[in-house]
Design a protein around this ligand. Structure first.
Ligand SMILES: NC(=O)c1ccc[n+]([C@@H]2O[C@H](COP(=O)([O-])OP(=O)(O)OC[C@H]3O[C@@H](n4cnc5c(N)ncnc54)[C@H](O)[C@@H]3O)[C@@H](O)[C@H]2O)c1
Length: 271
């Protein structure tokens, strides 16, 4: 990722996928990483630590990942200062576990705006900058990665609206990859399984109190554990880099095997 300039959204959470991915991407030696989030309480210490401990310059920016103006402003700064834009990781997202009967149109619209418009806008604005050539970057090119979820692939891993929003992310990346054909701009999504982050913290702590529930959840994961944010970060860093140069329009599951099996049915003897 030498000389690469890129942006990551949703980096403020201390135990989050965005923050872990910033460290994973930094290991691949890009020139600049903009770490962004709608909340910036932890962004400055994150940027300082990456800049201090690696050869990467990391720049914190408060940015709503679903705001056209905010996205355009950070991309414009990258283009003005460094003359290129090479990777964009659209990771920011929210959950909503409200029961169907209580779920409102406003909740649904908010979820879709943050989880899906953020990815659509990333494809729209980041690709326009990635296409631009300069002395620093003679050829069009770039990599856009979005965080979807195994919830977006089938039922069983989230509420209806959350699952639908993540299904949209998967398709936005498939259709986005084709909309940008011939431009050397790749678009892929990553589907995490259950990862221990701030988003899942309270839920996983409740499950930990209930041995039967815990056993059931572990039964649906071939590795019998939850994932760690850096295990998503490793895949994101690979997809953002030139090592993944022939991978586009794909959705990559990083889920401990959860989606590789049908729900466990005790019909057959083990073996
Ligand atoms: N944790 C899991 O098990 C899991 C599984 C599948 C998918 N995901 C997805 O991974 C992504 C990261 O989630 P996480 O688990 O690290 O959660 P997290 O809550 O730890 O981090 C999410 C970050 O996104 C930020 N954010 C929220 N709305 C934003 C906005 N409008 N603009 C900018 N930033 C915003 C939050 O401030 C937070 O820092 C999300 O898209 C989530 O849906 C998580």
């Amino acid at each position: 990722m030498e000389n690469f300039v890129g942006i990551i959204t949703g980096c403020n959470s201390l135990a989050g996928i965005g923050r872990a991915s910033a460290y994973s991407i930094a290991k691949r030696n890009p020139k600049i990483i903009y770490v962004t989030d709608i909340n910036d309480s932890n962004l400055f210490t994150l940027a300082k630590d990456i800049t201090k401990t690696t050869s990467v310059e990391c720049i914190p920016k408060r940015m709503d990942a679903s705001s056209d103006e905010d996205i355009q402003s950070v991309i414009a700064e990258a283009m003005k200062e460094y003359g290129r834009h090479d990777f964009y990781y659209a990771n920011a997202g929210i959950g909503n576990g409200t029961a169907l009967t209580e779920h409102t149109k406003d909740m649904f619209t908010k979820l879709m705006t943050i989880n899906c418009w953020s990815v659509f806008a990333a494809i729209k604005y980041a690709s326009a900058a990635m296409e631009q050539t300069s002395t620093q970057k003679p050829k069009s090119g770039g990599s856009i990665v979005a965080t979807a979820s195994i919830a977006g692939t089938r039922s069983g891993a989230g509420s209806i609206s959350y699952a639908a929003s993540k299904a949209a992310v998967i398709n936005l990346c498939q259709t986005g990859a084709w909309r940008l054909h011939g431009k050397n701009i790749r678009v892929n999504s990553v589907c995490p399984g259950v990862i221990e982050t701030e988003m899942t913290g309270t839920l996983l702590a409740t499950i930990a109190q209930d041995p039967e529930k815990h056993k059931l959840i572990m039964r649906h994961n071939a590795l019998e554990r939850y994932g760690k944010p850096e295990e998503i970060g490793a895949m994101v860093a690979f997809l953002a880099s030139d090592e993944a140069s022939f991978i586009t329009g794909q959705t990559i599951k990083v889920d401990g095997g959860a989606t590789a099996a049908l729900p466990y049915l005790p019909l057959f003897a083990e073996g």
